[in-house]
Design a protein around this ligand. Sequence first.
Ligand code: NAP
Length: 271
Amino acid sequence: MNKIRKIGIIGAGNMGEALIAGFLKSKAYSPQDVYGSEIIEKRREYIKNTYHIECFDDAKKLVEHSDLIIIAVKPYNVKDVLESIGKKITAEKTLVSIAAGIRLDFMKKNLPEDVPIIRVMPNLACFVREGMMAICPSDNTPKEKLEDVEEVLSLLGKVIILDEKYFDAVTGLVGSGPAYIYLIIEALSDAGVRLGLPRDVAMTLSAQTTLGAGKMVVETGEHPAKLKDKVVTPGGTTIEGLIELERGRVRAALIDAVIRASERAKELSKA
Ligand SMILES: NC(=O)c1ccc[n+]([C@@H]2O[C@H](COP(=O)([O-])OP(=O)(O)OC[C@H]3O[C@@H](n4cnc5c(N)ncnc54)[C@H](OP(=O)(O)O)[C@@H]3O)[C@@H](O)[C@H]2O)c1
C-alpha cells in the first residue's frame, strides 16, 4: 500500500497550485491530506479559500505534517528552503523538487545525508491531471519510495523515469512546452478572429483542435507526419496552409525555442 498519506507543497505559485488542484481533483487525497506553504500572505489566503487546505507561512510546519514534501519555489529560492527545512526532514519522508536546473547533487549537499530526494520536471497541465513528468531519484532513494512517488505523481498525468543528464532537455520541452502551445492556440484563434469569428468561438475551435491533434498522436501512437498526411488532400486547402507555415519557418522556430530553453536550464544549474 502507498505510504504517502500526506503531501506538502512548498511554494503555492503557478506550479504549486497546479499540483494542489490536481491532487484534490484526483479524489485520492482530500483537503485534509494536502498542505501548502507560501510566504505571500495574499496568496496563502487565496489557496486556503479556493482549495480549503491548510496553507502555512512557515515551511517547517508543513514538513512536520507531510510524508512527501514537494519544493515548488523558484530555483533561486531552493537553497533557502533547504536550509530552513533541512533539520526537520528525516529519512522516513521523501523530498521532491520541481525546480528547473536544480540538480540532485546540490540538494543532497544541503540536506541530511539519508533523505531520499527525487527530482521532477512537470508542467502546468498537472492542474487538469494531464501533466507530463520526468522523474529521477537520488542514489539513496529506496525502490519502494520511488514507486510510491511514481504512483502519487501518476495522479497528475504521465510519469517517466529518466536519467538526470536529460533534465535540461526535458525542461525545455516539457516544463516550458505548454507556453509554446498556448502561443500557437492564441495565434490560431487570432486567425479565426481575422476571418470574422467571435473571439470565444475562435478560442474554443483552436483549443479543441489542438487537444484533439495531441490526443490522436498519444492514443494512436502514429507518427505525426503520417497523421498530417491524412489531413492533406492533394491540391486542397491544408497544403496551402502548411506551405505558409514552412515559409514562416515555424518548424525551425519551435526547435530553436526548445534548444534555447534547455540551454537556459543548464545556465540556471550552474548559477
Ligand atoms: N510554471 C511552470 O509551468 C513550471 C513548470 C515546471 C517547473 N516549474 C518550476 O516550479 C517552480 C515554481 O515555479 P512557478 O512558476 O510556480 O513560480 P511562482 O509562481 O513564482 O511560485 C513560487 C511561489 O513560492 C513562493 N515562495 C518563495 N520562497 C518561499 C518559501 N521559502 N516558502 C514558501 N513559499 C515560497 C513565491 O513567493 P515570491 O514570489 O515572493 O518568491 C511564489 O509565490 C520553479 O522552480 C520552476 O522552475 C515551473
